[in-house]
Design a protein around this ligand. Structure first.
Ligand code: ADP
Length: 460
């Protein structure tokens, strides 16, 4: 832009000079044309015709000669020698006068020719300058575009690369690196990002190792604890059943306590063992094809006795489309039992528990609904974490371990299904889970509004 400004100014300057030249030439032509009409002012002419020295010298010589002859003619006429004077005039003055006129015309012609040359040169200067300015303007625009692209890509590209890297980090890839060669703040940021990703990867690997060790430790401990615990349960059962003789009432009470506590401890150990097996990826599903409605009904009978004792009504509503399924039957029972036990445990006497089942999106969808104490919205996700018990029912809490739902959800996920909860404090709770009909497929995240609800309830 500076260059085009410089060229434009130079062109303007040149045009200005040409204009001055032309004004000068115009004046010259005017002065030459006046020569014939108003006599020869040679001093002025000398100043005007500085560039045409030769013609001017000739003109001066001729003029002086002409003046001399004319003076002679006048002298002769005054002396009364008119004929001689006239002859001198015709023979010498007239040719000089004609020569003077010719020289004057020559001066005018030359000035006019100079004028034409100057006009042409001015035109040429204008055209050259115009082209130069146009070329420089196009070059400036091209350069601005090029620079703009270079600057924007030197910012946008690193930012995009870092965004992609962040996404990879969020997806758990701690190995890749982002390559930003910039030597500015973006380069520093990218280097920081790489360092952070490296440190995160290291921390993640350490966490994985710790978690694996924890699972292995729990699995080993649980295994070691189960053997003596089975002995405790077995022997207390023998004592309780009076196989070794009738016990005193106080002894029987204590032995029953030992037996109940042993059972509780065993279920806790079994759940811990199952969870740690899932976490360390060692839990395998023992898949088989079985009739799901029969499994649901069978599990229901396990809790019916306790439910009846509390005056709870139980509804079972299974859609006729629900049939055989490919899954681990023992684990499906375990999931159902956990949900049903909770429903019984957290529903006040004379409440209602409804079990519904249907097919939705290539999966069996089963829900256990109760009219119990309900779960507050902020607790609805934490209840699926290990050892989490919520609410104020101390007695019901002491009965449980806080592992049932964590285990149930993990078992459902192991089958490729999903588990979720809907609840309102004081109104009741509905737990729903899905099991894909096809062993390979996994279930899409559900639209909670589309949860299957019991229809045509059948009392059991
Ligand atoms: P727990 O062995 O204590 O029942 P769970 O993992 O099965 O452990 O449940 C975790 C907590 O979720 C329970 O302690 C209880 O506070 C809450 N909960 C589970 N099911 C229900 C339900 N049907 N109604 C109300 N609260 C429930």
């Amino acid at each position: 832009m500076l260059a085009s400004g410089y060229v434009a100014l130079r062109a303007l300057n040149e045009v200005n000079q040409r204009k001055d030249e032309m004004v000068q030439l115009q004046r010259k032509i005017g002065a030459y044309r006046q020569l014939n009409r108003f006599g020869y002012d040679l001093d002025r002419l000398q100043f005007v015709a500085q560039d045409e020295k030769e013609i001017f010298e000739n003109l001066r010589t001729d003029y002086e000669e002409f003046i001399r002859i004319v003076s002679q003619v006048i002298t002769l006429i005054r002396q009364g020698r008119g004929d001689e004077g006239r002859e001198l005039q015709f023979s010498e003055a007239t040719p000089h006068s004609e020569r003077l006129e010719r020289l004057t015309n020559e001066l005018v012609n030359k000035a006019e020719a100079d004028m034409v040359v100057s006009v042409d040169a001015s035109k040429e200067t204008y055209a050259t300058s115009r082209n130069a300015v146009a070329i420089l303007a196009v070059a400036s625009v091209a350069m601005a575009l090029l620079l703009g692209y270079a600057i924007s890509s030197s910012i946008v590209r690193p930012v995009q690369a870092m965004e992609t890297r962040m996404q990879e980090l969020a997806d758990g890839d701690f190995h890749s690196k982002v390559d930003v060669p910039n030597r500015d703040e973006l380069g520093v940021l990218a280097a920081d990002l790489n360092r952070m990703s490296e440190q995160l990867g290291k921390a993640y690997r350490e966490l994985e190792a710790v978690s694996r060790h924890k699972s292995e430790f729990l699995a080993n401990m649980s295994h070691e604890l189960r053997t003596p615990l089975n002995a405790i349960i077995g022997f207390s059962e023998v004592l309780k059943d009076g196989l070794l003789g009738q016990l005193a009432p106080k002894h029987e009470e204590y032995v029953t306590d030992i037996h109940t506590s042993g059972q509780h401890l065993l279920s806790l150990i079994n759940e811990i063992l199952d969870l740690s097996k899932i976490e360390s990826g060692k839990m395998e599903l023992d898949r088989s094809r079985f009739y799901l409605p029969a499994t649901i009904e069978g599990t229901l009978t396990l809790v019916r006795e306790r439910a009846t004792r509390h005056g709870l009504k139980m509804n079972l509503s299974l859609d006729e489309t629900l049939g055989e399924i490919d899954a681990d039957e023992r684990k499906v029972r375990q999931i159902l039992l956990n949900l049903l036990s909770n429903a019984v445990k957290f529903t006040p006497d004379s409440g209602q528990i409804s079990i519904a089942g249907a097919i939705a999106n290539d999966a069996a969808q089963i829900s256990v609904k109760d009219t119990g104490i309900g779960i507050s919205p902020e607790d609805q996700e934490t209840i699926f974490e290990e050892f989490r018990q919520v609410g104020n029912d101390r007695e019901a809490k002491s009965e449980g371990t806080g592992l049932g739902l964590a285990l149930a959800r993990k078992l459902v996920e192991l089958h490729g299904g999903l588990m979720w909860v809907e609840s309102e404090i004081g109104q009741g709770t509905t737990f729903t889970f899905t099991l894909p009909l096809n062993a390979q497929s996994s279930v899409q995240a559900p639209n909670v509004d589309a949860v299957v609800t019991a229809s045509g309830n059948a009392e059991t």
